[in-house]
Design a protein around this ligand. Structure first.
Ligand code: SF4
Length: 428
């Protein structure tokens, strides 16, 4: 059968889409299957999942349409109404090929248990230059605004040894950058018998030569002294940390159920920026959480001001049915949340400019990702999105030495360094 996987949502979902694509290739028979890998992180994500299913139903009336993942666990009924034939939740996602085969033959499979991650491996290549490697699932943090932990099941981690084998396969498939993903990477290894930490996992992964590694989002409690020291000495561990802050006010952080104080966050971020060569920082902030007043917001701004993040993702709190925060008193009006969001967005532009300006003229390593007009665009190891206008052909997926030469608003222009002395390797 011809199988198509359409994915919404986070990097973990994108990894799982690749896994499903590789597994579904083997289903025998004629006809088409469209799998929609849904997301339920916000009401908008639920709507997008339903919309995509309805559109596929219209365009492919004969096809088998299967909705899988977080949206199925969170909001089943709407997906059926939108036109899905079969719903498969996160618990059964990894055995989707068997479930589809049973469905097509009129049988049904007994309900399974949450599977260990060790059977979930991809070989690549991914459609994009960057590969993803999922090493963790589940979260026991139970943040009061978040729905993800409710639909992702218990903590499960992939052993360092199996993750290394998967990384090796991805390197052999041609990838030069692998992004390590999980639902809550700070909880990596807690469920494994030897309780390896992220630093142990990454040390094992670094034995695969010729690739660099990047972490997706990491909560501050995950930045241990061991991990910080690995970042500081290992150039193949990309020196960019996306560390969600959410709020700079301890009262709000505690109401959110976060596991750190504002001071702890600031200290970890500062240490990272000071000790890791070429380090930059990204953060998430949620504005308008119930009880966030002017003073709380000012504390958030002040904390970020001292860190000048390269990227800031700003979310406006919206009450998500089924989460404790939806019932909290002192809800902030939509207008006020929008005002705080736009004030922060303006400040974030300035912080980003300053973060990038620190690297003007510095040799960096660019992953060549895509062509945009006459330019090649990609990300440096410290996650600056850079475009280079290159007359000599560059190859997608390769890593080339560059220098950042111009910044204008969100645009960063670089040149490729083709002589060793430009890179500082040799005396000129
Ligand atoms: S740490 Fe909090 S926000 Fe992140 S997945 Fe867990 S519950 Fe959700």
């Amino acid at each position: 059968m011809r199988a198509f996987v359409h994915s919404l949502g986070c990097r973990v979902n994108q990894y799982e889409a690749q896994y499903l694509k590789e597994k579904l290739e083997a289903i025998p028979g004629a006809g088409e299957i469209h799998v929609v890998n849904t997301c339920t992180v916000t009401a908008l994500a639920d709507r997008k999942s339903r919309k995509l299913i309805a559109q596929l139903r219209r365009e492919h009336p004969e096809a088998l349409i299967v909705a899988v993942g977080c949206g199925v666990d969170g909001a089943k009924a709407g997906l059926l109404r939108a036109g899905a034939d079969l719903l498969v939740g996160n618990k059964d996602k990894a055995r989707l090929p068997q479930i589809i085969q049973a469905y097509l033959s009129g049988a049904s499979l007994p309900e399974g248990d949450w599977p260990a991650l060790n059977g979930e491996m991809v070989r690549g290549p991914f459609p994009r230059a960057r590969a993803l490697l999922k090493v963790q699932d589940g979260c026991t943090q139970a943040c009061t605004f978040c729905r993800t932990w409710q639909v992702r099941g218990p903590l499960r981690s992939k052993s360092p040894e199996l993750a290394r084998r998967e990384a090796l396969a991805l390197a052999e498939a041609g990838h030069r950058e692998i992004v390590i993903t999980g639902i809550n990477l700070a909880q990596y290894g807690l469920d494994l018998p030897e309780r390896p930490g992220l630093a142990d996992l990454l040390s094992e992964l670094l034995s695969v030569k010729g690739v660099r590694y990047r972490l997706t989002s990491l909560n501050p409690e995950g930045l241990t002294p061991e991990l910080l020291s690995l970042f500081a000495r290992e150039p193949r561990l990309c020196p960019y940390l996306h560390m969600p802050l959410q709020s700079g006010d301890d009262r709000v952080l505690s109401a959110m159920g976060r596991a750190y104080t504002a001071a702890e966050y600031a200290e970890k971020a500062r240490k990272f920026l000071q000790t890791v060569p070429k380090a930059t920082l990204g953060a998430d902030v949620m504005v308008g959480f119930p009880g966030e007043d002017e003073l709380s917001f000012a504390k958030t701004v002040e904390l970020l001001e001292g860190l000048e993040p390269l990227n800031l993702h700003i979310f406006r709190f919206s009450p998500r049915p089924g989460t404790p925060a939806a019932k909290f008193s002192k809800q902030v009006s939509k207008e006020e949340a929008a005002r705080r969001s736009s004030e922060l967005a303006t400040l974030a532009q300035g912080w980003s400019l300053k973060a990038r300006a620190r690297f003007l003229g510095t040799p960096l390593e660019l992953l060549v990702e895509e062509k945009e007009g006459p330019c090649w665009v990609g990300h440096t190891e410290n996650y600056i999105r850079l475009s280079v206008r290159e007359s000599a052909p560059l190859e997608r997926g390769t890593i080339v030495p560059v220098k950042l030469v111009r910044i204008e608003g969100n645009l960063n222009e670089g040149v490729v360094l083709d002589r060793a002395q430009d890179r500082g390797d040799l005396p000129s």
